[in-house]
Each structure stands twice: as structure tokens, then as C-alpha cells.
Ligand binder design. Structure first.
Ligand SMILES: NC(=O)c1ccc[n+]([C@@H]2O[C@H](COP(=O)([O-])OP(=O)(O)OC[C@H]3O[C@@H](n4cnc5c(N)ncnc54)[C@H](OP(=O)(O)O)[C@@H]3O)[C@@H](O)[C@H]2O)c1
Length: 311
């Protein structure tokens, strides 16, 4: 498993991590088997959010209850969680009051004294960066949060935060899979007239922006075709892509899911892939994509087979 020191931190992290968004219905035993499979292949980085699981903090609670971590077991892993989505309204809330209250809820649910990384989950149009900065300072000074980042943020939104927030922003979690790759595909088709792919959906250049600013991109929904539309792996809707995935999987002696993982890890931005599967076998198989050195031809072949154009 390839590991990276997250820039601006002393966090040594694998480039494939486990997201716990889908564990609410799983038994304690199934959660233990899932986490154990992850640990066995070198995944010691776990991604949560206050909203995962329906009821507030449900997945965080299910995780800590199933694992009952000792202090040394807790210290051996990196726990990341998120704040800012309030599904029942007001939808997005980056007020200091909400951030502080939610982090206290996450600490209690996760049964821990500190969160390694806290991400602002989805941009709040009413965000007041001075207030966010105040909340971050309070959390950092109290030792409740060690590092901060964002998710689904555009370059300009990050610039605005950076103007006020005192701590470095270390991560930006973004939706990215071979079939949902506008953040990469736009750059490939930049300035091409009449090519839909050249339209910016993210304020422009978020991948390069993160690289310039040493912000680690974390790819969420790495195997979903679109926005929670089901996986492209084995899907009859993607025959060309699956043919290439299957062929490369045979050539490298791994499963297609490892090749889909490698399509992301092969990108030079040192991204982290956030797995969402609750199946231990799939975790093991995906982890094999951590270091597969796809050639440029193979990488672009996958990109084109997913439907993207190369000018
Ligand atoms: N920041 C954000 O806004 C945001 C948004 C969404 C998610 N996330 C994070 O990203 C993580 C991953 O998201 P995700 O769960 O949508 O990602 P994913 O890994 O692309 O999708 C996993 C889902 O696909 C299913 N699946 C079906 N067939 C599969 C196959 N052949 N291979 C792999 N999976 C298959 C899995 O079922 P099984 O469980 O049965 O394998 C699971 O329900 C989440 O856990 C969360 O931590 C962040």
C-alpha cells in the first residue's frame, strides 16, 4: 500500500482509505470484519461525516461501538469526519455554533478525544469565513481537531477561506471516478469550442489548484457511475469500459476494481481513493490498485472507454 505524508501535517496516510457512509445497517460483526480487512491491507484511515447513517452521527456511533478501540488502537488510526450538511434544514450550516456543536457530537459518537481531520462537507452559500476561522481556532486550541480541510469546494471558495482561516487546509474531498471525472476531463479539453467536456463545473482547475496549494484530493464515490447511480463495474451500460478494465485486470493479475482504483492513484496529484464498499473482499481487491503503474496509454484508454474525448 502506497503511503503519503499529507502535506502541512505529520499524518502518514495510505492512498486508499475507507469511507463508512454505508455501515448504518451493518451488524457490529460485519463492521469489525470490514475494518479488519482494511487494516490487513494497510488502510488505517477512516472517513466519516456527522450526517452518515440517517440519524445524526449514526455511522460514527456504529463504528465506535463495533470497534471499542483502546487508546493505543485509537492512536494508531486516522479519523476524519465532516460537518456542515443539515438535511432537514437549513441544508448547509457553516456557522461557528453549528460547527462546534457538531464536532462535540462527533467526538461523543466516535468515543474519542480528538478528530484528526475535520472537513467542511459541502459549500454553504451563507458561509462567513471569519466565523469558520473562529470555530477552527477554538477546536484547534482545545485539541479537539488536529487538521482541517474541505470537501466539494471550488478554488475560489478555498481562497476565500484561506484569507481568514489560520490553519492550513489539507484536503479537498471531491467526487471522482473514471466515469465521473469532470475535474480531470475539463483540463484535457480546455478551450475546445463546441466540446461540452471543456465547460468548467468546478470554478475551473480544482485539480491543479489543489496541487499548487498542497491540498490532498480525496476521491469519493470512486466506483459509482454518477451521483449514487450504481457502480460502473460490471454494468452493461459501460461495455467498452468494462472490456478494458477486464483486459487490464487480467494483464496485471488483479480484479477490475483494482484497475478502477489505479486509474485514480496513477494520477500524479497523490490523491487518496475513498472506498465506500461494505464488502471486505472488495476492500482487499480495491487496495491492490494502490500502486499499479498504469502506463499513459492504459490510463488514457480507460478515460476514453469511459466516454471522455481526447482532442
Ligand atoms: N464528501 C462527500 O460529499 C461524499 C459524498 C459521498 C461519499 N463520500 C465518502 O466516500 C465514500 C465512498 O462513497 P461511495 O460509497 O459512494 O463509493 P463507491 O465505493 O464508489 O460505492 C460503493 C457502493 O457501491 C456498491 N457496489 C456494488 N457493486 C460494486 C462493485 N462491484 N464494486 C464496488 N462497489 C460496488 C457497494 O456495495 P457493497 O457495499 O455491497 O460493496 C456500495 O454500496 C463514502 O463512504 C464516504 O466516506 C463523501
Amino acid at each position: 500500500m502506497k503511503r503519503i505524508t499529507l502535506p502541512h501535517t505529520d499524518i502518514d496516510a495510505p492512498n486508499v482509505v475507507l469511507g463508512l457512509m454505508r455501515i448504518a445497517e451493518k451488524s457490529d460483526d460485519e463492521i469489525r470484519q470490514l475494518v479488519s480487512a482494511a487494516r490487513d491491507v494497510g488502510i488505517d484511515f477512516f472517513d466519516h461525516a456527522d450526517v452518515y447513517g440517517g440519524a445524526l452521527h449514526e455511522c460514527e456511533r456504529r463504528f465506535s461501538k463495533a470497534l471499542s478501540l483502546t487508546a493505543s488502537e485509537r492512536a494508531a488510526i486516522t479519523i476524519q469526519t465532516k460537518v456542515g450538511i443539515v438535511p432537514d434544514g437549513p441544508y448547509f450550516d457553516f456557522s461557528a455554533e453549528h460547527i462546534l456543536e457538531s464536532v462535540d457530537g462527533s467526538l461523543a459518537a466516535l468515543d474519542t478525544d480528538y478528530i484528526d481531520i475535520l472537513l467542511l462537507h459541502r459549500p454553504d452559500a451563507l458561509a462567513e469565513p471569519e466565523e469558520i476561522a473562529r470555530a477552527f481556532d477554538t477546536l484547534h486550541a482545545a485539541g479537539k481537531v488536529r487538521a482541517f480541510g474541505v470537501s466539494n469546494h471550488t478554488p475560489r471558495q478555498i481562497d476565500l477561506l484561506k484569507k481568514y482561516v489560520h490553519q492550513p487546509l489539507v484536503a479537498n474531498q471531491l467526487q471522482l471516478s473514471i466515469t465521473h471525472a469532470p475535474i480531470i476531463a475539463q483540463g484535457v479539453a480546455g478551450n475546445m469550442a463546441d466540446v461540452t467536456q471543456s465547460i468548467t463545473l468546478d470554478g475551473g482547475g480544482i485539480v491543479d489548484y489543489c496541487r499548487v496549494n498542497d491540498i490532498t484530493i480525496q476521491a469519493w464515490s470512486p466506483f459509482q457511475a454518477g451521483f449514487f447511480t450504481g457502480t460502473f463495474l460490471g454494468s452493461p451500460q459501460y461495455p467498452a469500459l468494462n472490456a478494458v478494465l477486464d483486459r487490464l485486470a487480467k494483464e496485471y493479475g488483479v480484479s477490475p476494481i483494482a484497475i478502477a482504483t489505479a486509474w485514480i492513484t496513477r494520477h500524479p496529484a497523490n490523491m487518496q481513493v475513498v472506498l465506500g464498499t461494505t464488502n471486505p473482499d472488495r476492500v482487499r481487491a480495491a487496495a491492490e490498485g494502490s500502486e499499479i503503474p498504469l502506463t499513459r496509454s492504459e490510463w488514457y484508454e480507460l478515460f476514453r472507454a469511459a466516454g471522455y474525448s481526447v482532442p
